[in-house]
Design a protein around this ligand. Structure first.
Ligand SMILES: [Fe+2]
Length: 256
């Protein structure tokens, strides 16, 4: 399906939901941005940019029904929105039939897995690539979503907090991995957990885009009053930038 038709289909689908609700509007905007970012990452590695764009365009289709039925975006309190969306795209809703054409199987896997903590190691290389493109693009835009209104309110609150992150959470930072949900007990730990997604960006271009946009940088530079919390965030910043530098150097080496 060409992009104009795909965009029409997306717009028609979301027209049934109330874009006056801020959460719905946020997901519509997020979708368009993820599609554009996925395209740029695909281009940087010589992958199919139309296919990547299309996967970005429909990756969160389950969010609209999730919010409408359950009143929340929290999967743990409702449904797995990735599976929910894939069920709509690849079965329940006839309108989406054939959208991805020959990319159907890869798109279904990428969309079903876009929100999972890890990818299974049984995926073939091509599927793995598109899973990673979509996951990187999604993470990059999440940094933006949690920096901008209405989530900026949370950042202001964190600046006045004085409960440091637990040893377990800081352990994840030092091991350069995402923080499992059960370890998160307050807004500061939630912020750390989200920033840790920076460790998982797979493609050097994803790092470049994240740096260009500056949202994660803003979060890592949050002006927290409490000394200990401040130093924990500084530690995280240092670790992320060291991982990124290595990944970018590797790309530069390959270019030579
Ligand atoms: Fe999602």
């Amino acid at each position: 399906m060409d992009r104009i038709k795909a965009r029409q289909l997306f717009d028609e689908y979301v027209a049934a939901y109330d874009a006056g609700i801020i959460e719905i509007k946020l997901k519509i905007d997020h979708t368009y941005r993820v599609a554009a970012i996925a395209e740029r990452i695909a281009e940087s590695i010589g992958a199919d940019k139309d296919a990547a764009w299309m996967m970005g365009m429909f990756h969160d289709i389950g969010r609209f029904e999730q919010y409408t039925v359950y009143g929340t975006f929290r999967d743990a309190k409702s449904v797995d929105h990735a599976e929910y969306g894939a069920d709509i795209l690849f079965g329940k809703d006839e309108r989406f039939k054939g959208v991805f054409e020959e990319w159907d199987a890869i798109a279904e896997t990428a969309i079903r897995l876009h929100n999972k903590l890890d990818l299974p190691n049984t995926l073939d290389d091509k599927t793995m690539t598109y899973c990673n493109i979509l996951r990187d693009a999604d993470k990059i835009d999440i940094f933006r979503v949690i920096t901008e209104p209405p989530y900026d309110e949370r950042s202001r609150l964190i600046m006045t907090m004085d409960t440091p992150a637990s040893e377990e959470v800081i352990g994840c930072v030092m091991e350069h991995r995402c923080v499992p949900r059960p370890l998160i007990h307050n807004k500061f730990e939630a912020l750390i957990g989200q920033c840790c997604m920076g460790f998982e960006l797979v493609y050097p271009e994803s790092i470049v885009i994240t740096e260009e946009q500056g949202y994660l940088g803003k979060l890592l530079d949050l002006d927290i009053r409490d000394k200990l919390l401040r130093s924990q965030l500084e530690e995280l910043k240092k670790e992320i930038y060291s991982v990124w530098n290595i990944r970018k150097e590797n790309r530069d080496d390959k270019k030579k």
